[in-house]
Design a protein around this ligand. Structure first.
Ligand code: IPE
Ligand code: IPE
Ligand code: MG
Length: 234
């Protein structure tokens, strides 16, 4: 294991559907199989001392999937929140859901708010789960929020700079991801953290999310440790 650890890891958890289809199972079997992998990532981040982890669970565009799959995913989130919140709390994890939460059912919104409240004081790992999240949605909601402040007279348009704008985004109080991981073989961002990934190191693996394990995460961290980050400098 290299000595240089990312402070913040962001992951697109992709490939559940294909994992299931290859076994002749329904897609939801793949989504279910992905839940323990989330737990593994959280535990590994805590173990390594990585301070922040952001996981893409459901995109703005995923609402366009068949109704049954969407319903199944929402049930999975609801049940996983219920089941995992005690362990998260015990492990010092602060959980937050980022995304357009008003699109979620009132019942799920309540469960999310409860889990966030219960873990709000924890400081070991900042865990963000992106649900009904899109990078473009995030930028628009930040713009809208700042515009409202300008309208109310509490902010001058000329005072909006990158720091101010970044602060109004969903990850406003979390440092930008150092390492981005996407499982499932696709080499794209799929409307994840568009603003925050500006200088993030990217790592792609063909492993499908349910097959992603601690060794694969370790390989990504190892690779990251060997990267030379320049941030545009010479
Ligand atoms: C990721 O797996 C989970 C979500 C997007 C909700 P997919 O469901 O996209 O799986 P593939 O990409 O079809 O295999
Ligand atoms: C990205 O995966 C979103 C999540 C993993 C939550 P998708 O499967 O939705 O992305 P595309 O459609 O392959 O770009
Ligand atoms: Mg996919």
């Amino acid at each position: 294991m290299g000595a240089i650890l990312p402070r913040h890891v962001a992951i697109i958890m992709d490939g559940n559907g294909r994992w299931a289809e290859r076994r002749g199972l329904a897609r939801h079997a793949g989504h279910r199989e992905g839940v323990p992998v989330v737990r593994m990532c959280v535990e590994e981040c805590v173990r390594h001392g990585i301070g922040a982890l952001t996981l893409f669970a459901f995109s703005s565009e995923n609402w366009g999937r068949p109704e049954a799959e969407v319903a199944n995913l929402m049930t999975l989130f609801f049940d996983a929140l219920e089941r995992e919140v005690d362990d998260l709390d015990r492990n010092g994890v602060r959980l937050r859901v980022i995304g357009d939460r008003h699109a979620l059912s009132v019942r799920l919104q309540g469960r999310v708010a409860d889990a966030e409240r219960r873990t709000a004081g924890n400081t070991r790992l900042a865990l963000q789960i992106a649900v009904s999240y899109g990078g473009r949605w995030d930028i628009v909601q930040a713009a809208r929020r700042l515009a409202a402040e300008v309208g109310a007279g509490s902010l001058r348009a000329a005072d909006i700079d990158e720091t101010r704008f970044g602060g109004a985004l969903a990850l406003g109080d979390v440092p930008d991801p150092d390492l981005f991981i996407r499982t499932g073989g696709e080499r794209r961002i799929s409307n994840f953290l568009l603003w925050n990934l500006a200088y993030t190191e990217l790592w792609f693996t063909d492993a499908l999310w349910p097959d992603f394990d601690a060794a694969a995460l370790g390989a990504a961290l190892e690779d990251y440790a060997g990267r030379k980050r320049r941030f545009g400098r010479a």
